[in-house]
Each structure stands twice: as C-alpha cells, then as structure tokens.
Design a protein around this ligand. Structure first.
Ligand code: FAD
Ligand code: NAG
Ligand code: NAG
Ligand code: NAG
Ligand code: NAG
Ligand code: NAG
Length: 525
C-alpha cells in the first residue's frame, strides 16, 4: 500500500533560496542599537542579520509552511541562535531597551508561521531560535526528565525509551514538532486518552520573563505556571526548558492500520466510530485519517495482540479487525509507525530534525454529538472526491482527556467526543493553487457548521488559525475586546484568566503577535 504523500514529503530535504529580507523597521525600533546591545553579551557568530550568508538557511531550517516565506511576508530583522540561557535573557533585555519585539521559535511548526513570519508589513521583530537549546536529561529513578524547548518530540521519545523501554510521553504524532511550542500550547497525541495532554504532565519549567529574569516553578508563581501549560508560550515569556513526568508504557504495544473505501462501508464505519472511539478503554487509541477517498483506522493499544483483538471484537466488531492486522512493537517504534505509517524504519529516524517543506492551511473543530450518517455521506460526496481534498483527521478524546477539569489548564476542550482537522498541504507555488486549497478547507468548515461545537466554535490553540481573527491595538497594547473574538474559541472561560496573567507578567505587552494574549484592561471604577 502506498504511503500517504505527507510521509514521502518528510524525506525530502528542502531547497530554498530566498530573496534578501526586508530590513526596514518601525520608526520607534532602534535596530542598530539592538545589535550593539546584543553584541555585548552574545558572540557575533550567533547573531544572523539578513546580510549574512547564514541568514536564509537558518531562517529556513525549521520553516514548516512555505506560505510564510512567499514574497510579501515580513521576515525577521535578525535571528539570534541562542546556545545559552544568558543569550535569551540578553535578547529580551536588549529588545525591550531598543523597542525590537522578539518571536521565539522552537520547532517552527506553527500552522500560521507566527514564530518566524508575519503577513502584516507593520510587524517588526527579531527571532530567537532555540534549536540549540535542546538538551534532554532523564532521571530514571524518578521517571522525570528535563527537556530543552529546542528539542523535538522525536528526540524526547527516543531519549525516554533509551533510558527505559517502559518510559513514554504523551505528545503529538509528528516527531519534528518542537517541545517549546507544543507543550506551551497543550500537546495532543496517541497517549492522551490514557495520560492527558503533554501540558498535563509538566511539573516544572524555566522561563525568561519580560524583564529578562530566569524563573522556575516556585519563583514564577502559580498563575504563570498555569498559563504556560496550554495558553501558548509566546504571550508570557520564553520557556527555556520543561520538567516532565514520563509515563508508563508496556515493553510491547500493538498497532494496526485498517483501510476502507467508500464501497467498503467507510462512511458507516466512521459514523459508528464517533460514539465508539471516545468510549474505548484508555489503553486503546483509535483515530481515523481520511485521504484519497479512503478511511484509514489507525490504532495504538497498550498491550499485546490478543488483548487488542478481544477489545475490538467487544467494542467495534464491524471494523472486522483480526490477529492478522496486529503489529507488535516497542512503544518508541509505534511513534515511528504513527508518523511514517510503517514500522519499517529504524527508531533513529526520530532524531532527524529535517522535514519537508510544503504550503499548509489547517482548520480544525470539535464534535460533541455524533454527526448523522447522512451528513457525513453528503460531505464525502460534495468534498472528498475533489482533487483539492485535504487530509482529514479525526482524533478521539474521552478517557483521561475528559476527566481533567476544563480550568485545570488553559486548554478547556476536555469533554468533546473528538477533534477534526482539515489538514491541507501542497507543493505547487502560485496563487491559483493557494486559492483552491484555501477555499476547499474553508468550504468544508463552513458546511460542517450545524454539526460541530458552537458558542464558541471550539478550536485547539496548537492548531493555529488566523481566520478566527487577529489582534488590533488599543492605545499601546493589544485590544482585549478584539482578542476575545478569537481567544474564547481557543480558551473559552480561561481566556480572561490568561489576560489577567498577561497583565501581571507583561503589562506593556512586549511579547506580542497576531494572536498573543492581551493584557486585561483595568476595571473601570
Ligand atoms: C506536521 C505537523 C504535525 C502536528 N501534529 C500535532 C499533533 O499530533 N498534536 C498536536 O497537539 N499538535 C500537532 N501539531 C501542532 C503543533 O503542536 C504546534 O504547531 C506547536 O505549537 C509547534 O511547536 P513548535 O515549537 O514546533 O512551533 P514554533 O513555530 O516554534 O512555535 C509555535 C508558537 O509557540 C511559540 N513558542 C515556541 N517556542 C516557545 C518557547 N520556548 N517559549 C515561548 N513561546 C514559544 C512561538 O513563538 C509560536 O507562537 C502539528 C503541527 C505540524 C506542522
Ligand atoms: C525499567 O523500568 C521498569 C519498570 O519501572 C523496571 O522494572 C526496570 O528495572 C527498568 N529497567 C531498567 C533497565 O532500568
Ligand atoms: C527555583 O529557583 C530558586 C531561586 O533560584 C531556587 O532556590 C530553587 O531551588 C529553584 N527551585 C527548583 C524546584 O528548582
Ligand atoms: C470498490 O471500488 C473500487 C474502485 O473505487 C473497486 O476497485 C473495488 O472493486 C470496489 N469494491 C467493491 C467491494 O465493490
Ligand atoms: C513562488 O513564486 C514566487 C513568484 O511567483 C517566487 O518569487 C517565489 O520565489 C516562489 N517560491 C518558491 C518557494 O518557489
Ligand atoms: C502605554 O500607555 C500608557 C498610558 O496610555 C502609559 O502609562 C504606558 O507607559 C505606555 N507604555 C508603553 C510601553 O509605552
């Protein structure tokens, strides 16, 4: 069976030649002063200005969405490739002093490129690249690890398993995603029904705040520690590293991938899946990927084949899963399988930080009630047979996800049945392709309106979507009233608390982007 195109992509090494970046700046920022200030504390070889040969390759090193390197996008004034915490502190202090904003980049996977680019020509910023701050140290006796934000999920999975095959970590299915963005936005993956989000398993963190101070859990206070575990890191400071709880996985787990065409009951099976998958035992994660007019049911079971067959027979006999579908392997190997759709690769692929470059647009949703079969059938007929059809991912919640209170972390969407992603990626450069892809993704989203979450239409912040709204200024800070439009979709009632934390830790709104959390305006008395 052919691998899906997204997998083949990841084998490519991107070739990217960029035209020189804009060097203009807003009237108030003093770029020369900023560079002078940086140079006092950071070796010049780590400060990459557009004039340097290294600038383009460093910029592209973790760009994951080519839409945000097209002509017309705003590029960083310069990139600081920090190798020590002090470089991060100096960058923040110098940025404040010379009015140059900072965007932090860990793995660069932001769907809307916010860690390295802007579509707004008035935005001027330097990028603080954390890729070199990626040390991982594991305390096996306590099942804990300190992980640098610049590490990738694949590096973390590999290191955990190398310390002990029975260590796992609940996080996303793409190994090149960065720890920094992922943990600060939540972090959902194949172990989340058993152990919750990545953010639910963070026990300490080291942060550089807007004053350039280094803080840990006990010195940052409980509000900031709450905010960085799902509120998005970019609004509150720079998270340098995370202390996480490693979770227990069996030495042998079992996976399967079962594909069904439309004439093989795909729509019927998806209809049933909606109620079944969120109610399965926590040891079983069963997602659906719809692509090329095929539904691919992909599972991770924390146990052996026999137990999986019994569980599937008991809960979802219609899928017809048998022993022949089982593939037993280590948990770390299952993370390879989940990404490459084959376990036929060494686990060392998890250490490969390169990724394919494509144009990307994603919209996402949450579902509270199963969508009627007729409606799914209608979506398939109208949308899935088009050449622009995106990859649609259906990921079940339930289990541990549903048992954590919605205010425990900023991520409030705990009680839904499942999440949807309409993940469109393509390689053709040009506005015609762009328009076709965007209108496909937006059209499906529109047509699903009656069947998905409402008031607000719930979106997970790690699936960033600028269609939901972008920030505007009110005086010299981001408008809270305007930000609520997108902010309550991501955070519901937690949005206000995030804004209150922002007022405490960054009242001047230094850490700012198109969808950063604004300070909460003082109550008028
Ligand atoms: C191919 C692909 C697959 C994905 N799969 C999953 C998945 O399975 N599950 C899931 O939950 N998500 C998934 N995501 C989404 C992913 O979790 C988010 O895009 C995440 O924010 C990426 O983190 P990053 O460090 O790579 O991104 P970056 O682009 O570096 O950062 C994202 C945002 O966080 C900020 N930020 C980054 N690092 C820090 C830091 N150290 N301190 C403060 N702020 C910081 C950035 O400024 C930016 O605003 C996927 C994304 C892609 C592109
Ligand atoms: C790995 O962890 C298991 C379960 O906690 C433990 O029994 C075993 O001794 C550990 N193995 C090693 C090599 O440390
Ligand atoms: C946090 O930092 C303080 C001050 O630097 C230090 O005394 C304390 O031990 C640190 N706490 C932890 C848990 O590391
Ligand atoms: C289903 O359709 C495919 C082509 O789309 C065809 O090759 C296959 O034979 C059909 N299977 C059944 C069971 O009708
Ligand atoms: C895409 O096309 C534009 C103009 O047509 C060109 O300037 C740009 O370099 C191209 N980008 C890529 C990645 O090929
Ligand atoms: C923003 O404006 C307020 C009053 O309008 C002022 O007190 C504050 O100093 C300003 N902050 C910055 C960073 O300019």
């Amino acid at each position: 069976m052919a691998r899906t195109p997204i997998l083949a992509l990841h084998l490519l090494v991107a070739l990217c030649i960029l035209s020189s970046a804009r060097t203009s700046s807003s009237a108030s920022s003093d770029v020369d002063g900023f560079i002078g200030c940086l140079s006092a504390g950071i070796p010049p070889s780590l400060i990459h200005t557009p004039a340097a040969n290294s600038y383009s390759s460093l910029l592209m090193s973790s760009v994951r969405n080519l839409r945000y390197v097209l002509p017309g996008t705003t590029r960083p004034l310069l990139i600081v490739a920090a190798t020590e915490p002090a470089h991060v502190q100096a960058t923040v202090v110098c940025g404040r002093r010379h009015s140059v904003r900072i965007r932090t980049r860990s793995g660069g996977h932001d769907y809307e490129g916010l860690s390295y680019a802007s579509v707004d020509p008035d935005q001027h910023f330097a990028v603080l690249d954390l890729a070199e701050l990626r040390a991982i140290s594991i305390d096996a006796s306590r099942s804990e690890a300190w992980v640098g934000s610049g590490a990738t999920l694949g590096e973390l999975y590999y290191a955990a398993a190398a310390a002990n095959q029975t260590f796992g970590f609940p996080a996303g299915n793409c190994p090149t995603v960065g720890v920094g963005g992922h943990l600060s936005g939540g972090g959902f993956g194949a172990l989340s029904r058993k152990y919750g989000l990545s953010a639910d398993n963070v026990i300490d963190a080291v942060v550089v705040d807007a004053e350039g101070r280094l803080l840990n859990r006990s010195t940052m206070g409980k509000d900031l520690f709450w905010a960085i575990r799902g509120g998005g890191g970019e609004s509150f400071g720079v998270v340098l590293s995370w202390k996480v709880r490693l979770v227990a996985v069996p030495e042998t787990v079992t996976v399967f991938s079962i594909r069904r065409l439309r004439n093989e009951s795909a729509v019927d099976l998806i209809t049933k899946w909606q109620a079944i998958a969120p109610a399965l035992p926590r040891d079983l994660y069963l997602r659906v990927l719809v692509q090329n007019q095929q539904a691919n049911f992909v599972a991770l079971f924390l146990g052996r084949c026999g137990g999986l067959v019994d569980t599937m027979r008991g809960h979802f006999p219609d899928l017809g899963m048998t022993e022949r579908d089982c593939q037993e392997m280590s948990w770390v190997k299952s993370t390879v399988f989940f990404f490459y759709n084959t376990a036929d690769r060494p686990t060392e692929v998890l250490l490969d930080r390169r990724s394919a470059n494509y144009y990307l647009k994603v919209k996402s949703d949450h579902v509270a009630e199963p969508i009627p079969r007729q409606a799914l059938e209608g979506i398939w007929t109208k949308w899935l047979e088009q050449p622009e059809a995106a990859l649609i991912m259906l990921d079940p919640y339930g289990g541990r996800m549903g048992s954590i209170p919605p205010s425990a972390t900023p991520f409030p969407h705990r009680h839904y049945l499942y999440q949807f992603q309409f993940f469109s990626f393509w390689f053709e450069n040009g506005t015609a392709a762009l328009e076709r892809r965007l209108s496909w993704v937006r059209g499906v989203y529109e047509d699903l309106t009656p069947f998905v979450s409402k008031n607000p239409r719930a979106v997970y912040v790690n699936y960033r979507d600028l269609d939901l709204g972008t920030n505007e200024l009110e005086g010299n800070v981001t408008s809270y009233a305007k930000a609520r439009v997108w902010g309550e979709k991501y955070f519901k009632g937690n949005f206000k608390r995030l804004a209150a934390v922002k007022s405490m830790v960054d009242p001047d709104d230094f850490f700012r982007n198109e969808q950063s959390i604004p300070p909460l305006p003082a109550a008028k008395g």
